[in-house]
Design a protein around this ligand. Sequence first.
Ligand code: GLC
Length: 733
Amino acid sequence: MNTPLDDRGRTLVDSLLARLTRAEKLAQLQITFAMTPEGCADLARAGIGALFWPMSAAATNAVQRVAVEESAHGIPLLIGLDVIHGQRTIFPIPLAQACSFDPSVSESDGRTSAAEAASGGVNWTFAPMVDLSRDARWGRVCEGFGEDALVSGVFGAAKVRGLQGASLADAGTIAACAKHFVAYGAAEAGRDYNAVDVSERRLREGYLRPFKAVVDAGVATVMASFNTINGRPVHAHRGLLTSVLKDEWCFEGVVVGDADGVRNLIPHGVASDMTEARRLAFGAGLDIEMGMGTDLSEAAADLGPDALDDARLDDAVRRVLALKVALGLFDNPYVDESAEILAPTPEHLDAARAAAERSAVLLKNDGTLPLSDQPAKVLLVGPYADSTDHLGAWVQHFGAPAGTLADALRAARGDPELTVLPGASIYAPDPALQAQAEAAASGHDLVIVAVGEPSDLSGEASSRADLRLPGDQEALIHAIAGTGVPFAVVLACGRPLVVADWIDVAPSVLLTWHLGTQAAPAIAALLTGQANPAGRLAMGFPRAVGQLPAHYDHENTGRPASAGGQFAPKAFDMGLDGPANLQEFYTSKYRDLELGPQFAFGHGCSYSSFAHGAATLGRDAVGVADLAAGARVTVSVEVTNTSERDGDEVVLVFVRDVVASLAQPVRRLAAFARVAVAAGATESVELAFGFDELALWADDGAGFRVEPGVFEVFVGPTLTDTQTLSLTVTETS
Ligand code: GLC
């Protein structure tokens, strides 16, 4: 969709461009927020191009009326806001949504969020975030769709479809923004805003892929990221903002800077003042500066034709005006104040609940879950027993609050006798709370331990160096385990955590992330079996923070390990062990850790059980040219629900280029699907992949290419529980 103009729109934009002075053009390239209605009106009257949402339909109409009736050219405003996973009705955090492996969840979020935000006058949002990250220390993993490029692109595109609908001019749709372009999630040491140093290959095969997917899906805008890439701040990176995004990908939309991202070029050390910073940013391809507290006269000063040539200036203004035309703002800049959605509607709550139930992941289960039907005396303990902190890090103050698990569980079980105790504290450890919970356990048939990471410990500027449960929550889990009473753990968090210190003593663990406004009833439904979990991890859980960054699609290395390290001293008895021991020792592993993640990408359990029939390929060979021409390889498998409970199964397809000109990932996700299978029934699942999933980024200037040879194809419910097929890519068709 970018923002292609029709003849009428082009005529309007051309006529405005011809009339605007240089200062007026530069004013169109600014978004900021003002703390007061008067401040908003002053900026609108002065001709600013965009403002942050003034918090209501009435206030938006008021400021739009000033822009249309009192500014020199009557150009309406873009009204932007972060609607990351909900406006009034808050959906699960995007990382949780990705775990549903059902893109319709994010499309539903987008559609609902756009309807609610547009009703209040918002016409532009800064979502979806499609940053790839392999490092859970980075707090912003909650906002993205996990560690895989395909999943991130598919979910990002779904979110764009939901937000932008069929046309930006339609009511209830808003312009989306793919962010943060690019590789922000590769911040060194997982520390937010830190430097990024990646190869072109890592960019192309990983970080750029999801952005290409959402640009192809028609996202209207893209936001530049705060980080440098190989020393060059992205806000001043012409190679990425113009050469790749606008020239190579033919992106016709608007590139907006992140908050004060242009001003940050000064502490980055590449600009000496704001004039230099703006010259670099707009010259690199930025179209709108997001300044916090912009003074328009200062923004225009000293940015003469020598600092920013007319062609670049006009191109930026044209993009901004074209977006306003596409949004229909020149025809109707106002919203119907009587139709403003101020609270979730029943259907929006239903959509959010369905999303929440589909996004949770059952990490392990020994049968303790679902709670048995006969009335059992249940004890609910932990900081998340009575907490409403389920909205996630990007919650705006006007998001509808979540309820508590305690209330939802009482309602779900019709069990007013539910005993609820805090059991532990996140911020002020208190052994007395644990002792109280421990003592109470023996009088109950089952304990639910509800623990987690608070929303405000994830998100922007919230990297963590220690990924364990905060406070004395781990001690509570061990204390309840020590009572011998059956128990299950509910784990709420905004990122993968290190759970190694307690996971083995927990019989069942339901990972709920931060599931939004409907979190509590969704969790209660999952615990009681009214809903059947089927989520899969879109980002693996590390065994230790020392493993990070880590990702499933890693290279094999020249010395792959088949076992974890031994902390014992090297014991080579050449007489007995010989070279084998040597070979095993000198492999890629940690001496003090078992191999691999605690829970891998794609991991997740269900209350149902499934059997997969023999998987087959639609063809066992395909030519390179055919792939380049769009040929698809299909994978078919029959899935049988061998349990007595209806459920969903996720089928994953991975590929591996066994021998190539460059070392290839041991696995790369090529396709996925979530399928409903009734108890005892069998469903046929067909997936497909093609050039994009088989190609590598060559380091000889050829760009993406598929190299002839054998590809292994892995099909199954998780990363490791797979069948292996073989596909041959041939030189000739
Ligand atoms: C923040 C975030 C960005 C957000 C912007 C506007 O700093 O980096 O994701 O859209 O500012 O709020």
